[in-house]
Design a protein around this ligand. Structure first.
Ligand code: GLY
Length: 408
């Protein structure tokens, strides 16, 4: 039975000025203040959707009109909105959020058959897997396992890698790729590890480990920064190209890529206890936090090598994802400063600089993320995955400080 945290629940008309004064708040006050703001945003977001009579899935703001941009279920970001509702349920204990999370999760049912890109791990992981873990929805197991089977169809044994993107669209074939793999793919391994836990079938686990090992070998530079895209020969495993798609340059360090990497290897350690993965996460940490271009508030520019730093957009989503990973690192490597760093990031993201007042920001919690500058879209906007990792980080912070083990 979950504890009701009625004190934390507020009406959708939330008081203004809630971003002020975070530096002096206790950890508990900071978490409670954030929960209030998250609930206020989500109340407004879900009221709009429920009143529309449709099932809608908000991703970001439409940059031309300022309207909320809704996405179809095969968009790689479709799991984050239901995921945000599950996390809000976990943080508040309010059944309202479980009911809504279930509704928007179950709309994604057919995603379990999606085989044309790798992101089924994000999509089903944030939605169904969180329902399974946070609300004990054991009936979601079949969807999770089916999705893991779909993701496994993209494994290329000759290269020991899961292919991220297909190569049949114009923008892909122009690059001359055969088997492109992006660092983001590390995040999808969680679905496979969980499928092995649920079924006892080690195939999914073995694919994950192989992918993580191949990525560790070929995706990283000597300083443990990572490339965005590595293109393989899918039969021989030869590396054909190392490039970027969303970063500034092939040899630059795209901020979110570094965040996916630190989170991905920490998560791999969770399921394998393989010390190499934890060491990899520590090395990535050292790259990020010793980087001369990381701003004092620890929220990176969209690329560590963007040409006009300090006049470049920040990416709050990278900071949120990294903070969440650092709370998990703290569990395996206690008292080495990982929690303090995560706390610093979360405190800064909770300030008025990054966290939006309820009633603004198209009802997303965080401002200032970047989707893809090279593609010219989602520049300095709210994005649902920034909120997702911010809320997940808050949940992990709460659990660490209460001495509880993580549910995710
Ligand atoms: N996985 C795509 C991105 O991080 O933008």
């Amino acid at each position: 039975m979950k504890l009701k945290m009625n004190l934390l629940l507020v009406s959708s008309l939330f008081v203004v000025g809630c971003g002020a004064g975070n530096s002096s708040k206790s950890d508990k006050e900071l978490i409670n203040d954030n929960i209030n703001v998250i609930v206020a945003h989500h109340n407004m977001q879900t009221d709009i959707i429920e009143q529309s009579g449709e099932i809608l899935n908000p991703r970001t703001i439409c940059e031309k009109t300022g309207d909320i941009l809704y996405i179809p279920m095969d968009d790689w970001c479709s799991g984050f909105f239901p995921g945000n509702l599950w996390l809000t349920y976990e943080l508040t204990g309010d059944e309202k959020w479980a009911t809504l999370a279930q509704k928007y999760t179950e709309d994604l049912d057919s995603v379990k058959y999606l085989k044309w890109h790798h992101d089924v791990g994000f999509m089903i992981g944030c939605s169904y897997l969180n329902g399974y873990r946070l609300a004990d929805k054991k009936e979601y197991k079949d969807v999770i396992v089916e999705a893991a089977k779909s993701l496994s169809t993209r494994f290329r044994p000759g290269a020991g890698i899961i292919q991220s993107w297909n190569v049949d669209q114009d923008w892909q074939s122009q690059r001359g790729w055969k088997c492109p793999v992006i660092i983001d793919n590390m995040m999808n391994l969680e679905l496979l590890f969980e499928a092995t836990k649920m079924t006892g079938d080690s195939t999914f686990y073995d694919i994950s480990v192989k992918h993580a090992d191949t990525t560790m070998k070929h995706h990283f530079r000597d300083d443990y920064s990572c490339y965005h895209v590595v293109d393989y020969d899918n039969e021989t495993g030869e590396v054909r190209q190392r490039q970027t798609a969303q970063g500034y340059a092939d040899e630059s360090s795209w901020a979110r890529g570094q965040a996916w990497a630190i989170y991905g290897y920490t998560m791999c350690y969770r399921y394998t206890n393989d010390e190499r993965y934890l060491a990899q996460a520590q090395n990535i940490y050292n790259f990020i936090f010793n980087n001369k271009n990381l701003p004092a508030d620890q929220v990176p520019y969209w690329d560590f090598d963007a040409p006009n730093i300090p006049n470049e957009p920040r990416d709050a989503s990278s900071a949120a994802c990294t903070a969440s990973a650092l709370y998990e690192m703290e569990v395996y490597l206690p008292n080495q400063g990982y929690k303090e760093k995560a706390d610093e990031i979360i405190r800064n993201l909770s300030s008025a600089e990054y966290r939006a007042e309820p009633g603004t920001n198209a009802n997303f919690v965080l401002m200032h993320s970047v989707g893809s500058i090279p593609h010219g879209h989602e520049i300095d906007v709210p994005i649902n995955y920034a909120d997702y990792y911010f809320i997940e980080a808050l949940m992990r912070k709460r659990d660490l400080e209460a001495g509880n083990s993580f549910k995710i």
